[in-house]
Design a protein around this ligand. Structure first.
Ligand SMILES: NC(=O)c1ccc[n+]([C@@H]2O[C@H](COP(=O)([O-])OP(=O)(O)OC[C@H]3O[C@@H](n4cnc5c(N)ncnc54)[C@H](OP(=O)(O)O)[C@@H]3O)[C@@H](O)[C@H]2O)c1
Length: 259
């Protein structure tokens, strides 16, 4: 067998359909691109149309199969409508990546019902609802990959973790619940755990060179993350090759969590 044939058997996503929430920016955009370049037909979901169009144009321009659905995942109705719309484009997905997330960062004492509800809706309820919508069908078809993007704040407090850290802790537990339910039927559920990644989400911190350098020094690799650092890990978790990896939290953080 050729090297190419061997790698394809392990990792090719040819013929697979993927849905990537938050696929128009940062980590989600890099993951959507990686899955599409590995052969999947990818639907990206987010609110802002210009970013969605730019992402899809870039991918289709490279010969990949991609489409977008405008969606606000902050409400249950929004998630359900978006899920149905996404599945209409290339069919029911084999791979669902939950990268959409918000971090509002008020001090703990200032968190009100609105901040709690908004954060939990996008960061935790949407991944749960998408799992309920697509998990059983994946199990019936015998193949599925649920991939969540969590945070080091699921494991430790960091810069006003507040409700954000709570939502990410819940997300890693959700992956384990999904893994327990559906792994016997070929559906794995895992979490990618970033450290500090230079994306629009943390534009405020990223624009402070001293903080950026201090955070880089806390990693083992010696630099902060970039969105492309998640490409290979996402392809691995989406592929046939990761069939025996499930319920796991996989740190893609340059060693930050163990330093
Ligand atoms: N960057 C880091 O250092 C870091 C560290 C740990 C974990 N993470 C996690 O990694 C994931 C991706 O973050 P990122 O850094 O790549 O952030 P980002 O560049 O800000 O991307 C966030 C994405 O989520 C979408 N989104 C936000 N709210 C939404 C809503 N209500 N409905 C639909 N889509 C929504 C955004 O699109 P629209 O705004 O257009 O809707 C955007 O596509 C998040 O879950 C985040 O918590 C990031």
């Amino acid at each position: 067998m050729s090297v190419q044939g061997y790698l394809s058997e392990l990792f090719s996503l040819d013929g697979r359909v993927a849905v990537v929430t938050g696929g128009s920016s940062g980590i989600g955009r890099a993951i959507a691109g990686a899955l599409a370049r590995a052969g999947a037909s990818v639907v990206v979901l987010a609110r802002r149309e210009a970013e969605l169009v730019a992402t899809v144009d870039e991918l289709t321009g490279q010969g990949a199969k991609a489409a977008w659905v405008g969606a606000d995942l902050g409400s249950r109705a929004g998630v359900r409508t978006a899920a149905d719309a996404a599945a209409e484009i290339f069919g029911e997905p084999d791979i669902v990546v939950n990268s959409a997330g918000i971090n509002l960062r008020p001090p703990m004492g200032d968190i009100d019902d609105d901040v709690w509800d908004a954060t939990m809706a996008v960061n935790l309820a949407a991944p749960y609802l998408l799992g309920q919508r697509f998990g059983p069908g994946m199990a019936e078809r015998g193949y599925g990959r649920l991939i969540h993007v969590s945070s080091q704040q699921a494991h430790r407090a960091f810069v006003q973790s507040g409700v954000y850290g709570v939502s990410k802790g819940g997300l890693e537990s959700l992956a384990r619940s999904q893994a327990e339910a559906w792994s016997p039927h070929g559906v794995t559920a895992n979490t990618l755990v970033p450290g500090f990644v230079m994306t629009p989400l943390n534009a405020r911190l990223s624009s402070d060179p001293e903080r950026v350098a201090a955070l880089a020094a806390r990693t083992m690799v010696g630099r902060n993350g970039v969105a492309e650092d998640f490409a290979a890990a996402a392809v691995f978790l989406a592929s046939a090759g990761s069939a025996y990896v499930t319920g796991q939290s996989i740190f893609v953080d340059g060693g930050l969590s163990v330093h």
